[in-house]
Design a protein. Structure first.
Length: 54
């Protein structure tokens, strides 16, 4: 739970800064996280890392 709170604090800090791209969303709880989207992004990033390494 401490990790989720730290992520929420980090996300809130990032939201207050002007960044390019989609803004981070703070989830209120474990069940509010869009797990399908998270899984998709993790797989996408793993693919990019694999391609960059090889």
């Amino acid at each position: 739970m401490a990790v989720m709170k730290q992520l929420a604090i980090t996300s809130a800090t990032l939201e207050s800064q002007s960044l390019t791209g989609a803004p981070a969303r703070v989830a209120d709880g474990w069940h509010d996280i869009e797990w399908r989207k998270v899984t998709h992004n993790v797989k996408r990033l793993q693919t990019r890392l694999t391609k960059a390494i090889h």
